[in-house]
Ligand binder design. Structure first.
Ligand SMILES: Cc1cc2nc3c(=O)[nH]c(=O)nc-3n(C[C@H](O)[C@H](O)[C@H](O)COP(=O)(O)OP(=O)(O)OC[C@H]3O[C@@H](n4cnc5c(N)ncnc54)[C@H](O)[C@@H]3O)c2cc1C
Length: 315
């Protein structure tokens, strides 16, 4: 389908100021890399989100959801079709022991709101640089806590474009997994159930976790956090360290010297640099220790040499 056809339909749904064409995705990813998105749209109402999704489903226009881009590597050829960012939905509302956060809100800000309201349960999230939507999708977690521990329900637009509420128990939440990864739900809001706590105690935990994170993680470079999931019985970082891979560089991507589980963008890395280095690490660790490292980071988009057309059954 022609880009102009898509644009002409999009402007019927949302304001033209909220549609960027050929947007550099590197401006929206933590790794600071990736090609261009045909359309980068930032709706301002749930109805607009619903209408965009319905349009995409009806016309078979591919669409991709992006949060804060902190767990994503977008290939150098970019993303065809529509990239949907819910960054305009960033309200966080506290009511008694519940917090309702819109999907574009930062999970870090949500945990700070919990602190301000003297609510305990979200301390683990105080340094995870994702959105609420991305945190639910990934069942993000750190230092012994995870979204699963305090999520009550979510409001979503499902794969048919319908707005429905799902209870946390329906999401099969597990280590860095939710069934949203399979069913294509778009998270609009999350309701967290927390407990009354003591401000100073909550703050002390958050300060401690921040100190640990800042001393162990290479936060001075762009990255996508831990590249690999924790293999049962091992630590990915330790296996990579013991394989003497720290400091290994391909193009501008380097296995961090500070935290072996991170790959950092030290010098204008491309997605190809990153992906090649990830494969090299997986192969080396497999050879040395017989352990398969499964990626936590998600790789999306097209190779640079793929034809930049939107494939639909329409034209
Ligand atoms: C320095 C650093 C430290 C990190 N530390 C941690 C950590 O301690 N623990 C941890 O778990 N992770 C960590 N991460 C990884 C990352 O922050 C989390 O996975 C986070 O939850 C991703 O959220 P995001 O908004 O950035 O999602 P994105 O990276 O933008 O997207 C990730 C996936 O979520 C989907 N998605 C995003 N928003 C929605 C939505 N509204 N509805 C449905 N699907 C959606 C996207 O389509 C994509 O498939 C770290 C990353 C970095 C860079």
């Amino acid at each position: 389908m022609m880009k102009t056809t898509i644009y002409n339909q999009l402007v019927k749904i949302i304001n033209e100021n909220n549609i960027a064409i050929d947007e550099d995705i590197k401006n929206h990813t933590y790794t600071k890399l990736g090609g261009k998105a045909d359309f980068f749209v930032t709706p301002t109402t749930y109805e607009e989100v619903q209408n965009i999704v319905k349009y995409c489903l009806e016309e078979k226009v591919p669409f991709t959801l992006i949060g804060n881009g902190s767990n994503l590597i977008v290939r150098d050829g970019g993303i065809r079709g529509i990239v949907l960012s819910l960054k305009n939905f960033d309200k966080i509302t506290v009511s008694n022991t519940k917090i309702v956060a819109q999907s574009g809100a930062a999970i870090i800000d949500t945990s700070r709101k919990a602190l301000d309201a003297k609510l305990t349960g979200l301390e683990f999230a105080c340094g995870i640089p994702g959105t609420v939507g991305g945190a639910v999708y990934m069942n993000a977690g750190a230092y012994g806590g995870e979204v699963k521990d305090c999520l009550e329900s979510i409001l979503v637009i499902d794969k048919n474009g319908e707005m429905i509420r799902r209870k946390a128990e329906e999401l099969d939440l597990a280590y860095r997994y939710s069934n949203i990864q399979e069913n294509g739900d778009i998270v609009l809001e999350a309701t967290f159930q927390l407990q009354h706590g003591n401000y100073d105690e909550i703050k002390a935990i958050m300060d401690d976790l921040t100190f640990k994170r800042e001393s162990k993680q290479p936060l001075e470079y762009p990255s996508c956090g831990s590249v690999f999931k924790r293999p049962p019985g091992y630590f990915a970082g330790k296996l990579i360290q013991d394989s003497n891979l720290q400091g290994t560089r391909i193009g501008g991507a380097e296995v961090s010297k500070k935290h072996a589980g991170f790959i950092v963008n030290v010098d204008n890395a491309t997605a190809t640099d990153y992906i090649t280095l990830i494969k090299h690490v997986q192969k080396t660790v497999k050879e040395k220790f017989g352990v398969s490292l499964e990626r936590e980071v998600r790789i999306i988009g097209e190779e640079l040499n793929e034809k930049s057309v939107i494939n639909t059954n329409k034209e």
